[in-house]
Write a protein that binds this ligand. Structure first.
Ligand SMILES: Cc1cc2nc3c(=O)[nH]c(=O)nc-3n(C[C@H](O)[C@H](O)[C@H](O)COP(=O)(O)O)c2cc1C
Length: 159
C-alpha cells in the first residue's frame, strides 16, 4: 500500500483536536495532541483514543488510572502544536485545573472529559485506550479547532 496516499485519504476525514492529559508516574502532568478521540458508548459513557507506541508518554498513560480529554477551541492552535512535540516542557505557562482524580484539565478548553481508564486494546502501531467518563464540562457557545488534510482549520457553516 502507498502509505503517503493512504494518509492523504484518511486526512479527508475532518476531526476536532484534543489534548489528552494525565498525571505521569513522577506526579508531573503529561499530555499529547490527539485527533483519534471518539465516543464509543453513551450508556455507559465510554470514549477512546489511540496512543502511538513510540509516544514518550505511553508508559505514563498506561500506568495512570485516569486521563482527561480536552477539546480545543478554534483559537488554541498554539496549544495543539505545543502538545504535538515531544518535549519535557509542554506544560510550562499552560494554565490548568486539577479535577477530582488529580488529572490536569486545560483551563480554557471547549469541552473537558475526566475519565477512568477501563480497557486497553492492541491497535497495530498504536494502543487503544478506552475510558469511562466520570465528569465533563463544555462551553455551549464556543467553536472547535478542526483538523483536515494535514491543516488546522476553523469551522464554517455548510451550504
Ligand atoms: C493533528 C495531530 C493529531 C495527532 N493525533 C495523535 C493521536 O491520536 N495519537 C497519538 O498517539 N499521537 C497523535 N499525534 C502525535 C502526538 O501528538 C505527538 O507524537 C506527540 O509528540 C507525542 O508526545 P510524546 O512523545 O511526548 O508522548 C497527533 C499529532 C497531531 C499534529
Amino acid at each position: 500500500m502507498e502509505q503517503d496516499q493512504y494518509k492523504r485519504a484518511l486526512g479527508c476525514y475532518a476531526t476536532g483536536i484534543t489534548v489528552i492529559s494525565a498525571l505521569g508516574t513522577d506526579g508531573a502532568p503529561i499530555g499529547i495532541t490527539a485527533n483519534s478521540f471518539n465516543s464509543v458508548s453513551i450508556d455507559p459513557p465510554l470514549i477512546l483514543f489511540s496512543l502511538g507506541r513510540r509516544s514518550y508518554s505511553l508508559e505514563g498513560f498506561l500506568a495512570s488510572e485516569t486521563f482527561a480529554v480536552n477539546v480545543l477551541r478554534e483559537n488554541q492552535q498554539a496549544l495543539a502544536e505545543r502538545f504535538a512535540r515531544a518535549s519535557a516542557d509542554k506544560w510550562a505557562e499552560v494554565s490548568y485545573d486539577i479535577w477530582d482524580t488529580g488529572c490536569p484539565i486545560l483551563h480554557d478548553a471547549l469541552a473537558k472529559f475526566e475519565c477512568r481508564l477501563r480497557h486497553t486494546y492492541e491497535g497495530g502501531d498504536h494502543i487503544i485506550l478506552v475510558g469511562e467518563v466520570i465528569r465533563f464540562e463544555y462551553d455551549p457557545k464556543g467553536q472547535p479547532l478542526v483538523y483536515c488534510r494535514g491543516a488546522y482549520q476553523a469551522m464554517s457553516p455548510a451550504g
